[in-house]
Ligand binder design. Structure first.
Ligand code: FA5
Length: 338
């Protein structure tokens, strides 16, 4: 019996020493010191041993039991420690590794040009006004001296929503909306999105205009030309060739358009500029007396000029973009160049 206890103790100590995980150690604990372990069985069977042997055997079993429990405790500390070390090693962060760069975005080229254009006029003393993109027939046409069925309505390939409700084809309706509410002197710009049934390399169905108008006493065509010339010089620099060309708009008289040397051929003539060497960027003129009458201003007392420029065209010319569609495709390879 004594040998058996000794042997059991050695076997238990060896097995405990060889366990590699906390879970395996728990199994060993159940096997060697649990309620159903062999050692426990010995304790129970002590009653059958000779009375003179009982104290010695009892002491041996207890000694074996405490040796096993001590070993279990010691091994548990070792295993827990090493499992924690492994966990820490697995979760280690190398703080010397280079970080992942955060890619910074920037404003879309159209927003950049719009902001630049607005800034130039604000510094000249113009203030900003806005109008709706879904507009009535009256503000888009009638109020601007374009009566129903007048042939000049064909100038704007209009997208209608209902008979008299449409997507505004230009920012000029904001002229009427502002003049209905306010009195001269006025110096206003109205930036915004406009819509037309138009699509080719220089025409997009959705594009951006910046409207501007100034109303006061004694405003002349010279004021218009001076204002636009200063704007063109600031936005394009002195080097780009620009020209004023006589034109027609129902809401201005006289009228002029401004062209800038073509981006692609530098004025020689190509498919983009339809062999003219020029790209048109804006329409302008002296506000027609009929427009003043529509908003209740006295055309004998006041005069004014107005203009409407294509922001997309200006972006094309500034950055040398040869197709307007590139501005709407959201291709990062294109956008990150600006
Ligand atoms: C107008 O829209 C007038 N409202 C401009 C105006 C305002 C004249 C005030 C007089 C007084 P027009 O249709 O020409 O005019 O357009 C003005 C500019 O918008 C053009 O010069 C061009 O630069 C730009 N544009 C016109 N259609 C498109 C299009 N489909 N895509 C991109 N830009 C366009």
């Amino acid at each position: 019996m004594q040998d058996k206890i000794k042997q059991l103790k050695e076997e238990a100590l060896k097995a405990i020493g060889e366990t590699q995980t906390v879970a395996a150690l728990e199994e060993a604990r159940v096997k060697y010191s649990g309620k159903k372990s062999e050692l426990q069985e010995f304790l129970k069977s002590l009653g059958q041993a000779a009375p003179e042997d009982r104290p010695k055997l009892g002491a041996m079993v207890n000694e074996a039991k405490s040796a096993i429990e001590l070993a279990l405790g010691g091994r548990k500390a070792v295993l827990q420690n090493s499992e924690q070390t492994k966990k820490i090693a697995a979760e280690k962060v190398d703080i010397t590794m280079p970080g992942k760069g955060i890619r910074r975005g920037h404003l879309h080229p159209l927003t950049q040009v719009m902001e630049e254009a607005k800034g130039i006029f604000i510094r000249m003393g113009f203030e900003i006004a806005e109008g709706p993109e879904v507009e009535t027939d009256y503000y888009n046409f009638d109020g601007l001296n374009i009566p129903p069925h007048h042939p000049s309505r064909d100038m704007w390939s209009t997208l209608f929503i209902k008979d008299d409700v449409l997507l505004r084809t230009h920012t000029s309706p904001v002229q009427i909306r502002v003049m209905e509410k306010r009195k001269p002197p006025l110096a206003i710009i109205a930036p915004g999105r406009v819509y037309r049934r138009d699509s080719d390399a220089t025409h997009s169905p959705i594009f951006h205009q910046l409207e501007g108008f100034l109303v006061n006493k004694n405003v002349t065509f010279g004021d218009l030309k001076g204002t636009l010339t200063e704007f063109l010089r600031q936005i394009f620099g002195k080097e780009k060739n620009v020209r004023f060309r006589p034109s027609f708009f129902p809401f201005t008289e006289p009228s002029a358009e401004v062209d800038v040397e073509c981006v692609l051929c530098k004025g020689k003539g190509c498919r983009l500029c339809k062999e003219t060497g020029w790209l048109e960027i804006l329409g302008s003129g002296m506000i027609d007396p009929n427009v003043f009458k529509a908003v209740g201003f006295d055309p004998e007392k006041y005069s004014g000029f107005a203009f409407g420029m294509g922001i997309d065209r200006i972006a094309m010319l500034k950055y040398g973009i040869d197709n307007i569609r590139l501005l709407y495709e959201n291709d990062v390879r294109f956008l990150e160049q600006f």
